[in-house]
Design a protein around this ligand. Sequence first.
Ligand code: ZN
Length: 273
Amino acid sequence: MPELPEVETIKRSLAKKALGKRILDVGIFWPPAAVSIPGGDFTELVKGREIESFARRGKYLLINLSRGLTMIVHFRMTGRLIYYADQQPREKHTHVVFYLDQGELHYSDIRKFGRIQLVSTSEAMQVASLAKLGPEPLDELFAFDQLGQRLAKKKSTIKASLLDQKVIAGLGNIYADEALFRAGIQPGRRTESLKVSEIIKLYNAIGEVLAAGIKAKGTSFRDYRDADGNKGSFQYNLMVYGRGGLECIVCGQKLERQKIAGRTTVFCPDCQK
Ligand SMILES: [Zn+2]
């Protein structure tokens, strides 16, 4: 599933290609993928509007159109949004095609969990899924004590808390495991057991791992591609995620695998306390 660095990468690559383009028509080939404003037809509402800007909130991509409409894209498991400069044949899992005055934007999704939701721009941040989100971890105003306060309220394992989008927005299984490893904290620890020094380490690790993920243009295992169809390279920098049973890069100890919050979690029993 694309996490914050992947969605940020998609946003940046789309901004380079699709900004200022006009949507001439929309082809919807699997209707549940395109959710319209109640009572309005998705295609009719979007047709003729210009793509004015892109934004991101947590794992959501926002495509702001002219005259006050926004498309909120939630990629979920396998959603992809790819820009093609020329006409492109539709693939089997392409559910929505935006025909632009220059090029095409294809939304595809093998697992079909993703959605493109049309809303009015003024209400975009109040849409249920976005209104609930916790702070943006890379926001300059997001400070470590804020993280501490939010974790203290959670009373759960630290891994489950980091995955909770209401606590902090944008982290998923990959970057949560990587941040906990870099912070030296076992994922099964209770949030109320964390010392201030550990919260500071975790806060720094989250910032570092997300920034590194963006710099590497995301992590591509199976499905994730940016808007140019390119893979990211952060999979080569992962220290624990996907490495259960292998040796710890730092100490050589065998990395352990454990199910926490329903997700396979990998950590080093030596480096993480
Ligand atoms: Zn280790």
